[in-house]
Write a protein that binds this ligand. Structure first.
Ligand SMILES: [Fe+2]
Ligand SMILES: [Fe+2]
Length: 237
């Protein structure tokens, strides 16, 4: 790190701290002074920072990115955050299923905040893709390359989808055997979606007893058909 990057990080931290403090006061206490203080930070600290970056920093960084970096690296960081929010939302929903007030009310409020934050990132992310990248495809990518890319996108969307194991037409006595066989063939990180006509809770207990700590269990649909994503989190000892 250098003097300039240290200074930029330092400045970011300073603005973030000021925003956190003044927005907390403005939304919790909310006196006229609190609201003014918040607006001052947004208008007189945050906006000049952003304008300064547009004018001086980004023009200096553009050629560096072109020469040394992956220009879509910033988008991949968005995806990391999107994935983390989806996980966090799933965890809150799981806890909310069995919670009662006042915990339930607190979880609903957490859920609301998480969804708002996810949507803010998602809206921005989608706009970046559509305003910056898609026009490049339209204007700078030959038609045959466009067609190939579309095929590859479809194929990889299919390949990353989990296969479905539909046990509804199997005799009940055979179901667990087939499911354990399917699970047994999974590599670490792989999963499948179990499709069943009732809550496969007994199966969950059997998994927990026979291979604790090696699987994840995630309800995707709860009736009339039941879908559960079962994945291998680590190899059995
Ligand atoms: Fe910045
Ligand atoms: Fe994306």
């Amino acid at each position: 790190m250098s003097q300039i990057t240290d200074a930029i990080r330092e400045h970011h931290k300073e603005i973030q701290t000021k925003i956190a403090e003044t927005t907390a006061r403005a939304t919790e206490r909310g006196t006229a002074e609190d609201l003014d203080a918040m607006l001052r930070v947004l208008r007189e600290d945050l906006m000049p920072h952003a304008r300064g970056e547009e004018k001086e920093l980004y023009p200096a960084i553009d050629p560096l990115v072109a020469a040394h970096a992956r220009p879509t690296a910033t988008m991949s960081i968005d995806h990391e955050h999107i994935e983390a929010y989806v996980k966090a939302i799933g965890a809150v929903v799981e806890r909310a299923r069995s919670a009662k007030d006042p915990e339930l009310a607190a979880l609903r409020s957490d859920l609301h905040d998480l969804i708002e934050r996810l949507r803010a990132i998602l809206d921005l992310h989608t706009e970046k893709e559509e305003r910056v990248y898609l026009p490049l495809i339209d204007t700078a990518m030959p038609a045959d390359a466009q067609a190939r890319l579309l095929e590859e996108i479809h194929a990889s969307a299919e390949a990353t989808k989990d296969p479905t194991l539909d046990v509804r037409s199997l005799a009940p006595a055979r179901r667990h055997g087939v499911i354990f066989e399917t699970f047994g063939a999974l590599a670490e990180g792989q999963g499948f979606v179990l499709l069943n006509d009732h809550d496969p809770k007994p199966l969950y207990y059997q998994f927990s007893a026979e291979m604790p700590g090696t699987f994840s269990w995630e309800y995707l649909e709860r009736g009339p058909d039941w879908r559960v994503r079962i994945a291998r989190t680590r190899k059995a000892a």
